[in-house]
Write a protein that binds this ligand. Structure first.
Ligand code: ATP
Ligand code: MG
Length: 340
């Protein structure tokens, strides 16, 4: 096992996690991972990043599939450039306290606020077509998420645009702990990638690209091979105008591809549109596919070179310190509530 150097840390703390509900997507990469790596490499932050395996239980999931997702996700984090010596990498369910804080936050939450969450309304509606009951986990998941952030007393949280509303709830709950129960806790701020924080589905560019989408043609997965990527981009929905420019209302498909390009190239939407404006759709799509392939190839090479022991080492490296940070907040909340 690698020994970890001891140091005092007064840097701002950032937390982020991705649910282990499936294979990671280009949306996850652009909306969360890429941003996190930039923060990591600045060396100015104390970063906590986890695989949200407890969250994966909020809708029914096959245990073997979950086990596979967790491993694959951890490997992909590392393959994307997350360095466990700079970023505290962990599996949510391995740190004791997430379920405790979930309960403490549940008793200061109310049903109305949870039912107003857009993502709950969307997912509940989808689910209602198949089963008569809406799983309670779906309603409660923003509280679990708030717990993941508050347990580490985070200053900031890296999220995609779609999570903004859940972060508002997190802030409300932190304020309740602070004002009513006098818990010494920070009110965390969202950190959202400026542009391209929301990548849309390829065939239905009015909905978000999601790893749990049943139609795999909607999504670019980080482990998709070259041929699959080309095919998915080729069949992505555009329009009949055959002119490349950014207009999210009139041309959601084309605009989404421009967003992907701008994010991978680290240029603004304006610059991206300018450099693509003379292309016909066939060439335009080829350029986008090439950029995605260029981005993913080294990630995939690294992914396939990783061994089980590399993953174990990564999640054990900071485990003690992560647990001790979590314990500290649980103690503060217990005191605030009058439990000790
Ligand atoms: P699920 O379908 O299970 O909800 P997901 O793809 O939405 O999966 P999450 O685990 O909910 O992934 O989110 C992980 C992180 O990725 C969050 O920070 C979220 O904001 C970000 N993210 C997810 N989808 C996108 C997207 N399409 N564009 C940008 N960011 C995204
Ligand atoms: Mg999601």
């Amino acid at each position: 096992m690698v020994k970890k150097p001891k140091m005092k840390n007064k840097k701002e703390r950032i937390v982020t996690g991705i649910t282990a509900t499936g294979k990671l997507t280009l949306g996850n990469y652009i909306g969360a991972i890429k941003n996190l790596i930039e923060y990591q490499n600045s060396n100015n932050y104390d970063i906590y990043m986890f695989v949200a395996d407890l969250h994966a239980l909020s809708l029914p999931i096959d245990p073997d599939e979950l086990r596979k997702n967790i491993k694959e996700q951890l490997s992909l984090y590392i393959a994307c450039g997350i360095d466990y010596k700079k970023t505290k990498l962990f599996k949510q369910s391995e740190i004791i306290g997430h379920s405790d804080i979930f309960y403490y936050l549940t008793v200061i939450s109310n049903e109305g606020q949870l039912k107003r969450m857009t993502q709950y309304k969307d997912k509940a509606q989808k689910n209602a077509n198949k089963t008569e009951q809406i799983p309670l986990g779906l309603l409660m998941y923003p509280i679990l998420m708030a717990g993941d952030i508050l347990i580490y007393n985070a200053d900031g949280v890296i999220v995609g645009q779609d999570q903004k509303q859940h972060l508002e709830l997190t802030r409300d709950l932190a304020e309740r702990l602070l004002k009513k129960y006098k818990v010494d806790i920070k009110i965390p701020n969202p950190i959202i990638a400026k542009e391209g924080a929301k990548i849309m589905a390829l065939k239905t560019p009015t909905k978000k690209m999601s790893k749990s989408d049943k139609d795999i043609g909607e999504t670019i997965f980080l482990l998709d091979d070259e041929e699959t990527i080309r095919k998915k981009i080729k069949t992505s929905l555009t329009d009949s105008e055959n002119k490349v420019y950014y207009d999210i209302e009139k041309k959601p498909g084309v605009s989404n591809l421009i967003t992907i390009y701008s994010s991978i190239k680290n240029i603004s939407i304006k610059e991206a549109s300018e450099s693509l404006k003379d292309e016909n759709y066939k060439n335009f799509k080829e350029i986008i596919a090439n950029e995605i392939i260029k981005l993913l190839k080294p990630i995939q090479d690294k992914y396939f070179s990783l061994k089980e022991k590399d993953i174990d080492e990564a999640i054990n490296y900071n485990k003690k310190e992560i647990q001790s940070t979590a314990n500290e907040m649980i103690e503060k909340i217990k005191k605030g509530f009058g439990l000790n």
